[in-house]
Ligand binder design. Structure first.
Ligand code: ADP
Ligand code: MG
Length: 143
C-alpha cells in the first residue's frame, strides 16, 4: 500500500489533483471515495471526468445513483451510494457487474457502503474538511 496526503485550499486545486491522478489511470481501475458531505468528493470526480475526456458536465448524482459516460478507453462510471440502504440495492444497481468490467474506470462515493464487495485492488481517496475552503485528501493505493 502506498499513501500520499495533499492539502487543497480551493476547488481548482482539488481538480488539478484529479488531473494528476487521471493521467496515471488505466482501464479496470477502481476509485473508492470516503468523506463527509461537502468534503469535495464530487468536485474531485468532476475534475477526473474532464481529464478523462468526458465532455458533458458531471452533476452530483444524488437521485440517479449510477451515471455512465463514454471515454476514449471505454466507460467511466460515477456512482454515489449515499442513498442506498442495503447490499440488495447494490446488486439491483448492477454494482457487482460494474466492478468486474475491466474496460471501465469506476469512481464511487460513499464506498464504505460496499462492505466486502469493495475490490481488493483499489485506490482509496479520503476527504476531510479542515476549514471552509481547506480540504485534506489522502490517496491510498492497494495492489
Ligand atoms: P461531496 O461530494 O464530498 O459531498 P462536493 O464536491 O459536492 O462534496 O462539495 C464540496 C463543496 O465544497 C463545494 O461547494 C465546493 O465548492 C466547496 N469547496 C471549497 N473548498 C474546496 C476544496 N478545497 N476542494 C473541494 N471543494 C471545495
Ligand atoms: Mg458528492
Amino acid at each position: 500500500m502506498s499513501e500520499e496526503i495533499f492539502i487543497t485550499t480551493n476547488t481548482e486545486q482539488t481538480q488539478e489533483l484529479a488531473l494528476d491522478l487521471a493521467k496515471k489511470l488505466k482501464s479496470g481501475d477502481f476509485l473508492a471515495f470516503f468523506g463527509d458531505l461537502g468534503s469535495g468528493k464530487t468536485t474531485f470526480i468532476q475534475g477526473l471526468a474532464k481529464s478523462l475526456g468526458v465532455k458533458r458536465r458531471i452533476i452530483s448524482p444524488t437521485f440517479i445513483i449510477v451515471r455512465t459516460y463514454l471515454i476514449n478507453s471505454g466507460t467511466f462510471y460515477h456512482i454515489d451510494l449515499y442513498r442506498t440502504q442495503s447490499k440488495d440495492d447494490l446488486f439491483g444497481l448492477g454494482i457487482d457487474q460494474i466492478v468486474q468490467d475491466k474496460t471501465s474506470i469506476v469512481a464511487i462515493e460513499w464506498a464504505e457502503k460496499m462492505g466486502d464487495m469493495l475490490p481488493q485492488k483499489r485506490i482509496e481517496l479520503h476527504f476531510k474538511n479542515l476549514a471552509e475552503n481547506k480540504r485534506e485528501i489522502k490517496i491510498k493505493k492497494y495492489e
